[in-house]
Design a protein around this ligand. Structure first.
Ligand SMILES: *[C@@H]1O[C@H](CO)[C@@H](O)[C@H](O)[C@H]1NC(C)=O
Ligand SMILES: *[C@@H]1O[C@H](CO)[C@@H](O)[C@H](O)[C@H]1NC(C)=O
Ligand SMILES: *[C@@H]1O[C@H](CO)[C@@H](O)[C@H](O)[C@H]1NC(C)=O
Ligand SMILES: *[C@@H]1O[C@H](CO)[C@@H](O)[C@H](O)[C@H]1NC(C)=O
Ligand SMILES: *[C@@H]1O[C@H](CO)[C@@H](O)[C@H](O)[C@H]1NC(C)=O
Ligand SMILES: *[C@@H]1O[C@H](CO)[C@@H](O)[C@H](O)[C@H]1NC(C)=O
Ligand SMILES: *[C@@H]1O[C@H](CO)[C@@H](O)[C@H](O)[C@H]1NC(C)=O
Ligand SMILES: *[C@@H]1O[C@H](CO)[C@@H](O)[C@H](O)[C@H]1NC(C)=O
Ligand SMILES: *[C@@H]1O[C@H](CO)[C@@H](O)[C@H](O)[C@H]1NC(C)=O
Ligand SMILES: *[C@@H]1O[C@H](CO)[C@@H](O)[C@H](O)[C@H]1NC(C)=O
Length: 704
């Protein structure tokens, strides 16, 4: 074979591999598909890559660890697997054939044909940010419906089970379980030996997983060894309504928790049967209050329910309404994002569940043990990078998601940080980096040894505070924490113009003195504090800070512009350096007009000259980039062509079928390879254009 011929062969082979999916995909094939993604501990995905069908691989936790979730459908006595990759030695079944896959902001919908019947599996992870009880309820739906595809009636039964892998990061640990049968059949499984607030391999070693369905005619259940329970259904189409009470390790004869429905004889599409899956723990978060004391906090929904059993039943019964709300939300998001482009709409739809999947909304209890519904705090896990709690520079890139959907949740994420620093236990003059080193322990940093990002976090806190007020008119943070905000602003005033050698949020890129982008954040932050001072009527302070900020701008321009006037530098005086000056988005978002239009035009023109195949590098130190910061930059440039270069680059990476993990925000611009992060909430930053649109037009959040 000539070298050319062998190259042709290779290229042909590659194109076949890339076109591996034999089903239709709408809007595109993401690296991993969200199946049940509601919280840091309810986070099940289908690793998709170049095209895994729903029944090619097991669902995985965001880390990649398997969470057993199997599904079978029996049609006229023939059995087909539709979910997971189970091996059932003594029973014979086929693989259903995937026909289509579609995702929206809240749903992942698969259609598979099981011989003469088409099964539709809808994985709905509700996103209901306007209702804190609903948003904090860590449950997700699976709806199954079947329709004949050959015009003939068929007898159909459907089955799903979960394993105990949903409750532990260590499969050698012992679990126990119970099944309750009433209006609802619920399997509950948990570790026998729990560690409150303890994680193993990013899995909480506390609380329980729940697998439930409404009990109707022909509903059956069973617990027991995986191969035994699955063989029972495959061979009989019903379960035995029996419980295995030999409690044992997760991996010891793999106990599974199964539910089945007899759909009867179907021809047209059947009504869906609904399963729910959840992971609940209580208390959820440990939070440091004054005098080095700790407080236990519970998920918000507990304040609105009588029993968890009832709440699960209500959740299951509410499915038709929940679906209607989800459809309305999806349609609104899609309409808003489609005003930018269809690629943008796809990217946003993929990002929303991932963003909210890192956030939990909590309450404390008062002295009498009653929930204090005035004391709402939200917590965010810095998933995959280091597991910190409420990292300020992770909330900051995520902010557009909250601004667009419900800015109050943004406030609830900031409150724990403000309240902690107001206790005086944090010793540094600047804003703290995070609320705790490892989720869900929000224990502060009384030793002052948090990851030091003084300019980054001080600027972020002031900017987000003003942004929250502008979007909501709620001045409560400003009035309660004015002194802290002013304290951090003093730091900005001394450090923003000539930033000392320090790291920014992009800590993986290393530290640097005189970072142009950090200076931008600080200078906008000072102006934001001027606005904040004006909101509380402190006009003297307001005009003082306004003039300080304004006086920094020409000096900064002098320091930060390359000698040929073509671009901002990465650091002052280094003409060969440049980077994404994404912090200018804060100036646009807040309408503070700190920087002259000429700087925006210069940067816009520059980016167009430095774009690689998968986007514009973060800065000249490396060829990698960030999807969130490119999205922010897309929202600040002055040309739609350049805006679309950024959006289409991020889209190309997200849709390139080269990766198989929940979307990573840090990737290589030369070939689209993931650099290391995954499943982080910062993909909320992909909504920067939506947030800006909403703020500018003062439109309300999407109705749900
Ligand atoms: C499969 O069937 C064989 C023969 O009946 C039996 O010995 C074995 O235990 C069965 N295995 C399972 C996993 O049920
Ligand atoms: C919250 O969920 C309940 C069912 O649990 C439903 O009745 C209610 O409409 C939901 N609220 C919102 C605002 O979505
Ligand atoms: C299972 O273990 C938990 C935690 O130790 C315990 O509270 C519960 O009573 C046990 N349940 C059963 C059914 O043994
Ligand atoms: C479900 O409820 C029916 C009554 O509607 C009851 O006969 C049946 O036993 C229940 N199912 C189970 C598995 O207990
Ligand atoms: C928090 O909850 C844990 C587990 O229930 C308990 O051991 C601990 O004492 C509680 N802490 C506080 C401060 O109430
Ligand atoms: C409830 O929380 C609010 C806000 O933190 C606090 O001001 C109030 O004192 C609390 N109420 C009780 C009864 O603890
Ligand atoms: C930072 O920039 C200023 C202004 O150009 C310069 O005087 C100072 O030497 C620079 N600092 C470092 C560490 O490069
Ligand atoms: C303006 O603010 C700076 C920084 O807080 C302060 O040093 C200065 O005295 C203020 N000027 C006036 C006129 O208040
Ligand atoms: C200037 O920036 C380039 C690109 O980031 C870098 O390689 C170089 O080391 C920098 N020069 C100095 C003097 O810091
Ligand atoms: C932005 O600020 C300018 C004044 O600087 C004002 O004319 C304009 O209305 C503001 N835009 C919005 C959306 O508030």
């Amino acid at each position: 074979m000539s070298p050319l011929a062998s190259l042709t062969t290779i290229l042909t082979f590659i194109s076949v591999v890339c076109a591996a999916t034999s089903w239709t995909t709408t809007p595109f094939n993401p690296a991993a598909i969200p199946l049940a993604v509601r919280s840091p501990y309810l986070s099940a995905w289908l690793a998709q890559g170049a095209g895994n069908a729903l029944n090619d691989v097991w669902p995985t936790f965001w880390t990649g660890a398997i969470v057993g979730w199997a599904g079978f459908i029996n049609v006229d006595g023939e059995s087909y697997v539709f979910l997971g990759d189970p091996d059932v030695p003594n029973a014979s079944f086929q693989k259903a054939v995937q026909k289509s896959f579609e995702f929206t902001s809240t749903q992942s919908v698969f259609v598979l044909s099981a011989g003469p019947v088409d099964l539709t599996a809808t994985f709905l992870s509700p996103v209901e940010p306007s209702d804190l009880a609903n948003q904090s309820f860590p449950f997700s739906y699976l709806a199954l419906s079947a329709a004949s595809n050959d015009g003939q009636p068929h007898a159909v039964q459907v089955y799903t089970d979960i394993s105990a892998e949903w409750v532990s990061g260590d499969d050698s640990l012992t679990v126990n379980w119970t099944t309750t049968v009433g209006d609802t059949i619920t399997h509950q499984v948990q570790l026998e030996d729990q560690t409150v607030f303890g994680e193993v391999n990013d899995r909480i070693q506390q609380g329980s997983a729940f697998h439930s369905t409404l009990n109707s005619t022909g509903t059956t259940f069973q617990t027991g060894q995986d191969v035994v329970v699955r063989a029972q259904f495959i061979q009989n189409g019903v379960l035995a309504n029996t419980q295995d009470t030999d409690f044992r390790a997760v991996s010891d004869d793999w106990p599974v928790f199964a539910l089945a429905h007899d759909l009867g004889t179907i021809s047209a599409a059947s009504d869906p049967v609904i399963f729910s899956i959840g992971h609940v723990r209580d208390p959820a978060v440990e939070y440091l209050i004054a005098n080095d004391a700790t407080q236990n906090r519970s998920l918000f929904f507990w304040s609105q329910i009588s029993t968890l059993d009832d709440a699960i039943t209500t959740f299951l019964q509410d499915f038709p309404n929940a679906l209607a709300r989800a459809d309305a939300f999806d349609a609104q998001v899609n309409a808003d994002a489609s005003q930018i482009s269809s690629n943008y709409a796809g990217l946003v739809a993929l990002s929303i569940r991932q963003g909210f999947g890192a956030i939990e909304i909590t309450l404390s209890k008062d002295a009498s043990g009653q929930f204090n519904t005035s004391d709402i705090m939200a917590f965010l896990k810095e998933i995959s990078s280091d597991g910190n709690v409420n990292t300020v520079d992770v909330i900051f890139p995520t902010w557009p998601l909250l601004l667009y959907t419900n800015p109050a949740i943004g406030k609830y994420l900031l409150i724990p940080l403000f309240a902690y620093q107001a206790t005086g236990q944090y010793p540094n003059a600047w804003a703290v980096h995070d609320m705790g080193a490892s989720y869900p322990k929000a224990l502060g940093h009384n030793d002052g040894n948090d990851e030091p990002m003084p300019l980054e976090e001080s600027g972020n806190m002031v900017i987000m505070t003003l942004s929250h007020f502008q979007r909501t008119g709620d001045n409560s943070i400003i009035t309660t924490y004015f002194d802290l905000l002013d304290q951090w602003t003093q730091f900005l005033i001394t450090d923003a113009l000539i930033p000392e050698n320090q790291i920014s949020t992009d800590d993986f890129a290393g530290s640097l003195a005189n970072q142009t982008n950090l200076a931008i954040k600080g200078i906008v932050g000072i102006k934001a504090m001027a606005e904040i001072a004006s909101i509380v009527g402190d006009t003297a302070r307001s005009s003082n800070y306004s003039s300080i900020s304004a006086s920094y701008v020409p000096q900064w321009q002098q320091f930060a512009t390359s000698s040929d006037g073509k671009h901002l530098t990465l650091s002052y005086g280094n003409d060969s350096s440049w980077g994404l000056s994404y912090n200018m988005f804060a100036d646009v978002l807040l309408n503070t007009s700190v920087f002259p239009a000429s700087v925006y035009d210069m940067q816009t023109a520059w980016y167009e000259t430095v774009v690689n195949e998968f986007g514009v590098p973060l800065d000249t130190r490396h060829t990698y980039t960030k999807s969130d910061w490119q999205s922010w930059t897309a929202a600040l440039v002055t040309s739609t062509t350049v805006r679309d270069i950024f959006i289409n680059s991020v889209f190309k990476y997200a849709a390139d079928e080269e990766n198989s993990q929940p979307l990573g925000d840090w990737y290589e611009t030369l070939n689209g390879d993931v650099e290391g992060f995954k499943a982080r909430p910062v993909v909320g930053g992909h909504l920067a254009l939506l947030a800006l649109q909403a703020v500018r037009t003062q439109t309300a959040m999407p109705a749900v």
